[in-house]
Design a protein around this ligand. Structure first.
Ligand code: SF4
Length: 142
């Protein structure tokens, strides 16, 4: 699966869930609360493949899934640039302290496994929009 195909499929799933919640009259706070990991595992099992194993993507007590992946993530399936003969496909636009470049053979991908920036409730509240694609509008590099 390419970054872009995941991104588009995720946007569609996210939109369907948000539309369902809005149709039920849920408020912003209730929508954010709905996207808490434990609730999503129970009520939206198809949203993330990790839900089937009840496994979090990050080892953190409070995990909110509203802003998976991350507004700071940047990617290009064609490659962003060449670095020492390898192709970089993604990076973090704020060079977050806990993010790092992962090298996988000839490919470099941003490794966010230790970074929980977009999963904190306060971050989701601050960056909230019903339209996930608006929040993520800088992620896809042409
Ligand atoms: S390192 Fe953190 S802030 Fe940067 S893209 Fe990854 S999750 Fe987002």
């Amino acid at each position: 699966m390419t970054y872009k195909s995941w991104f588009d499929a995720h946007a569609k799933q996210h939109k369907e869930i948000v539309e369902k919640l809005v149709a039920c009259g849920k408020t912003k706070d209730e929508i954010i609360e709905y996207f808490v990991f434990e609730n999503m595992v129970k009520n939206e099992p198809d949203f993330c493949p990790l839900y089937a194993q009840n496994k979090k993507c990050h080892d953190t007590k409070h995990l909110n899934c509203y802003l998976c992946a991350c507004p700071y993530f940047r990617f290009s399936d064609a490659g962003v640039e060449k670095v020492d003969g390898k192709t970089k496909f993604s990076f973090c636009s704020i060079d977050a302290k806990k993010g790092k470049a992962g090298v996988y053979g000839d490919a470099i991908h941003q490794d966010c496994s230790a970074c929980t920036v977009p999963h904190a409730k306060s971050y989701v509240e601050k960056n909230f929009d019903l339209d996930w694609t608006k929040i993520m509008n800088k992620c896809v590099l042409k």
